[in-house]
Design a protein around this ligand. Structure first.
Ligand code: 16G
Ligand code: ZN
Length: 551
């Protein structure tokens, strides 16, 4: 009775404005921040139910709209392992967010609780960790989330404060593993494992003062703020943060940030010709995306871009190298460590990166766009590395592999301390500590990149030259109903409308090395067209002609 009353109460406190429709897309619910409270409140109810369903394990709520404009906001739920909420709950999330009135909401919840066998009112308490980014509507929406969570009797909430999205995911994961999960634990883990990575750099590498300088575009978001807090403790790196989110430095994601740099291929706000040639990185507004760039000429603001595909390639190369060292025949200790290494990309990865990875003999698989798909696939391997071209990605290690690695390095340290094999094993261990295994994390990704560049003694130029990107073009086409386009085969083929794929194939056949895909966006009311060809002019023209068939 009390439970019913609370749900009815909270639903009447946050009535759904007419004409609003929410859909739990690739990034949860997202809209103009001022209109989000009903959806965020209902996401609170959802998160509490999710926790109850999982015997009171901690789940997370992140309030952010990532790289989108400062006026937008959004909400998404993290599962107990720190990953995205299980997909089979999404239809319920949609129904709940769109329930027209308090009675409808109550009925929906009661029915779902029954269908899913959620022990409402049982002896478990729901446990929800909350985090938000720096958006002005964040505090207000946090309040709505709290009210939603507390509408489920016995819920327990912990407000973790203003955080990057990956920090909150990391905290949820740690909490459920029973390990320390505060922000200072997160920082300590990053700083310590980065230091260990640098201690394992061969003595003949590194040392170049210029190589230590890194300028980071913080997108005027939370990532820059957090980096400022820890940069002094990152010895071996000289970090300058621009667009750091400080009062007066600029607007969140406006003319800056990873999404801007990756799409526009120009320097973000706040950079000048004085930065010519310096290695730069760019985060997005909630710091779960990372790209690198370098100003390429003093006369314009164009950049040489290192996108997610090339970060992925660097990680893959490094991990593969360590595995090869460990497993080399005739090493001091005849121990090997069989590991299934898998690379996960989307069709929107540059074709040159896929070719590069395949040439290394690596297994490359594809999933649809969206972290929830890539991450899940990567978990199928001993070591899974995934990235989207936009800079979201990470490395995941299976628990089994980590424990094998631990026992191997214990044996090696006794038998042959100082051996190459031992060092390689230690590097993999440190990397698994440094990289955020819950979700893509620009801060931990950046530190892993920096450590690997130092390990290899590589300049930005060396990294760029890993392979040359094939010329590509992305277009977005405004359509009346993006859901009229349905894709299959990891978004590489259009199945509906039925004639469209044939038209795309016909256009593509006119170009050497032509590739072209079409998919509905998961976050905007548009259809995306991606084309690749052997020259920029051809890529542009292929994209344009396919876009015409989509309109
Ligand atoms: C979201 C996704 C990202 C994806 C992007 C595609 C998460 C955390 N983020 O930002 O992975 O690349 O959407 O957006 O899943 P689009 O469908 O509009 O191109
Ligand atoms: Zn983001």
């Amino acid at each position: 009775q009390e439970q019913r009353r609370r749900l009815l109460d909270v639903a009447s406190r946050f009535p759904l404005p007419s004409g609003c429709r929410f859909s739990y897309g690739t990034a949860g619910f997202r809209a103009d921040g001022a209109t989000m409270a009903p959806a965020v409140c209902r996401a609170g109810i959802l998160a509490a139910l999710r926790s109850l369903k999982l015997a009171g394990a901690a789940v997370g709520i992140v309030i952010t709209a990532s790289h989108n404009p400062v006026g937008d906001n959004g909400v998404k739920i993290a599962d107990p392992d720190g990953g995205m909420m299980a997909q089979h709950w999404e239809p319920f999330a949609d129904a709940l967010a769109n329930a027209p009135d308090p009675d409808a909401l109550l009925q929906l919840v009661l029915q779902f609780v029954k269908d899913e066998g959620i022990p409402l009112g049982g002896h478990h308490r729901a446990q929800v960790l909350l985090g938000r980014d720096t958006r002005p509507t964040g505090g207000y929406l946090l309040g709505a989330a709290l009210q939603g969570i507390n509408a489920v009797v016995g819920s327990h909430t912990i407000d973790m404060g203003i955080l990057t999205t990956p920090q909150l995911h990391w905290m949820v994961r740690c909490k459920n593993k029973g390990i320390k999960a505060s922000e200072s634990d997160y920082f300590t883990q990053l700083i310590n494992s980065f230091r260990r990575m640098l201690e394992l750099v061969p003595k003949d590498k590194g040392g170049d003062e210029l190589a230590k300088k890194l300028i980071v575009d913080g997108a005027n978001g939370i990532g820059g703020v957090k980096l400022e807090q820890i940069k002094a403790e990152l010895s071996g790196l000289d970090i300058i943060v621009r667009n750091s989110g400080k009062e007066g430095e600029g607007i969140l994601n406006h003319m800056c940030g990873a999404d801007f740099v990756q799409k526009e291929r120009v320097t973000p706000h706040g950079f000048s010709s004085e930065d010519l040639g310096v290695r730069c990185a760019s985060l997005d507004g909630d710091a779960d995306r990372l790209v690198y760039f370098r100003m390429s000429s003093a006369s314009d603001n164009k950049v040489d871009l290192v996108d997610g595909d090339k970060i992925l390639s660097l990680f893959a190369l490094f991990i593969r190298e360590q595995l090869d060292i460990i497993n080399k025949n005739g090493s001091q200790v005849n121990k090997s460590l069989p590991a299934r290494l898998g690379i996960v990309q989307t069709a929107y990865a540059n074709g040159a990166s896929t070719q590069f990875l395949k040439n290394l003999g690596l297994e490359v698989v594809f999933t649809p766009t969206g972290v929830k798909y890539l991450h899940k696939k990567a978990l199928e391997y001993d070591i899974g590395i995934y990235f989207e071209a936009n800079g979201h990605g990470t490395v995941v290690f299976s628990e089994d592999f980590i424990s094998q690695l631990e026992s191997l390095s214990n044996e090696l340290s006794q038998a042959a301390n100082g051996s190459a094999q031992y060092h390689a094993a230690m590097r993999l261990m440190a990397a698994s500590q440094l990289i955020n295994q819950a979700v893509g994390d620009a801060l931990s990704g950046l530190l892993l990149v920096e450590a690997i560049l130092q390990y290899k003694g590589w300049s930005f130029q060396n990294w760029c030259e890993l392979y040359s990107d094939l010329p590509s073009r992305q277009l977005k086409v405004k359509v009346i109903d993006r859901s009229s386009i349905v894709t299959t085969d990891a978004e590489t083929k259009v199945s509906q409308p039925s004639s469209l794929q044939e038209l795309i194939d016909k256009e593509t056949a006119n170009y050497t090395h032509g590739r072209c895909f079409v998919r509905p966006s998961g976050t905007e009311d548009v259809v995306r067209v991606y084309a690749e060809a052997s020259t920029q002019v051809e890529a542009d023209s292929l994209a344009k002609s396919v876009a015409r068939h989509v309109e």
